[in-house]
Design a protein around this ligand. Structure first.
Ligand code: FAD
Length: 446
């Protein structure tokens, strides 16, 4: 109620508070509009006020005030999520964490950092001691580490290190609870999965400890292929090659590269492209792979120019969808893991079956110790019914879909209740105030 919000804000006098309706509206939304299904469900959902804490003591204060007056609290990083993860369904306070960015310590192989640090800025700091973030979404310039852990899954680097959900890719989290007397808890080991990918429904993450990778000199490369399956099989072979140091293996079938204004001159119409980040020390062996699969290198940026000009990574992962949608907003997407099959038979079958309707943009990642193609396929959207048919068809043939057209945690990928996350929520958020409406298990508990 407006009274409860006013009471919260009066408890928080002195903190950085935004109540201007236009600004609050802006800070209530994310990139949910990639989904024509989520668009009508979320477009009229807004918070009532935004509070931007500068340290953990202020986070505690905000939690305390929201519990006292029973006001919902939704944490926001950079708001680049794709499923409305940070959109408050029941209004209330938005806790914008982006002012908390301090690196607490760094050592070879690990860093401890506040949750609001932007990934690119963090990476820049760790590279100074010769280490880098293991994986990042293509939104690394703006996305926060807390938001990545809270709502992301993997990205550039996943071809070598797997996904966030894999043991070893998150070492510790520190969270503020929403109990009558909010507490600060440190979770380590498997306990981190109580709050990882929980959309901020069961704890406000204030600090994280993440592992790092040795920082290589990354060269950015475009390879063209005359046909899609040669490009896809090149991607599989390169991803499987243990001796090749790689960070990104993205395959874009024709006509997707034609949506990339800045890259068009390197990828003529009709060509299928691989967008790569490979250690500069591996360029000669890379040339052998390119030859083996009848490809042609048309673009190569040396590592010393990293950060200047075109950033190839910003055409991959869900940036592929972003560029396609900027030309044709009727395009949407799916997220799929193809089965472990070096011949890529199912992919080949689906590619020919769907023709122009589904464009199989591939991102290779390591899954259970093996390189597999994930697809963020672009879909020419017609109706929700047709989209669901496409999803069912994929699943019946053995391609696993992580549905990006739902804001419920469980329905997006795991398709089962995470009991540890539910039990943790019962313990630390007894009033159900944290990002309400996102955890199916909580909504359906008896
Ligand atoms: P937000 O969107 O602000 O938040 C994400 C979720 O985490 C929300 O539920 C929020 O409540 C919660 N949260 C945020 N901070 C905290 C905290 N401190 N404590 C508790 N909960 C918190 N994702 C990928 O995984 N891989 C990709 O390659 C990728 N590519 C993308 C490309 C584009 C063009 C776009 C638009 C999105 C992409 N995404 C991708 C999705 C998104 O950008 C990332 O997951 C990103 O890491 C989210 O960070 P954020 O700071 O924007 O989080």
């Amino acid at each position: 109620t407006p009274n409860a919000i006013a009471s919260v804000l009066s408890d928080l006098v002195g903190l950085d508070i935004i109540t201007d309706a236009t600004q609050v509206a802006k800070l209530s939304h994310d990139y949910y509009h990639f989904s024509p299904v989520l668009q009508p469900q979320l477009q009229d959902k807004f918070g009532d006020a935004v509070v931007r804490p500068v340290n953990e003591a202020e986070v505690l204060k905000i939690a305390q005030a929201c519990v006292r007056h029973k006001v919902p609290l939704t944490v926001r990083g950079a708001g680049t999520g794709n499923y409305g993860q940070c959109i408050p369904l029941e209004g209330g306070v938005i806790l914008d964490i982006t002012k908390m960015t301090a690196v607490k310590w760094m050592k070879p192989g690990a860093v401890r950092v506040e949750a609001g640090a932007k990934l690119a800025a963090l990476d820049k700091q760790t590279r100074e001691i010769g280490w880098e973030i293991r994986m990042a979404p293509s939104t690394y310039r703006t996305a926060t580490i807390g938001g990545f852990i809270g709502g992301g899954s993997g990205g550039i680097g996943s071809v070598t290190y797997g996904q966030l959900r894999d043991r070893g890719n998150l070492l510790a989290v520190r969270v503020v609870t929403m109990e009558d007397e909010p507490r600060i808890l440190e979770l380590r080991g498997d306990d981190v999965y109580k709050v990882a990918h929980a959309y901020g429904t069961n704890g406000i993450i204030t600090e994280l400890e993440i592992p790092l990778a040795p920082a290589y000199p990354w060269s950015e490369i475009i390879v063209n292929f005359p046909d899609f399956m040669s490009a896809a099989r090149f991607g599989q072979a390169l991803s499987d090659a243990d001796g090749m140091i790689k960070k990104l293996v993205c395959i874009c079938p024709d006509p997707i590269p034609q949506y990339f204004a800045a890259l068009k001159s390197y990828i003529p119409a009709g060509k299928h492209a691989a967008l790569l980040m490979i250690s500069e020390t591996c360029l000669e062996p890379l040339a052998e792979f390119v030859k083996e699969f009848s490809g042609e290198i048309t673009y190569q940026k040396p590592a010393q120019e990293a950060g200047k000009g075109i950033a190839l990574a910003e055409y991959t992962w869900n940036h592929t969808t972003l560029h396609a949608r900027s030309v044709d907003p009727t395009i949407t997407y799916l997220q799929t893991l193809f089965p472990d099959d070096k011949n890529l038979s199912l992919l080949e079958e689906m590619y020919h079956h769907y023709g122009d309707e589904v464009m199989f943009h591939l991102e290779f990642l390591r899954y259970g110790g093996k390189a597999r193609p994930a697809s963020l396929q672009l879909v020419r959207y017609t109706t929700e019914e047709r989209l669901n048919d496409i999803i069912r068809d994929h699943e019946s043939k053995g391609a696993f879909i992580f549905n990006p057209h739902t804001y419920l945690i469980e329905d997006g990928g795991m398709k089962m209740v995470d009991l540890a996350q539910l039990q943790f929520k019962e313990q630390v958020d007894p009033y159900g105030l944290l990002n309400p409406g996102k955890m199916r298990a909580w909504l359906e508990r008896s």
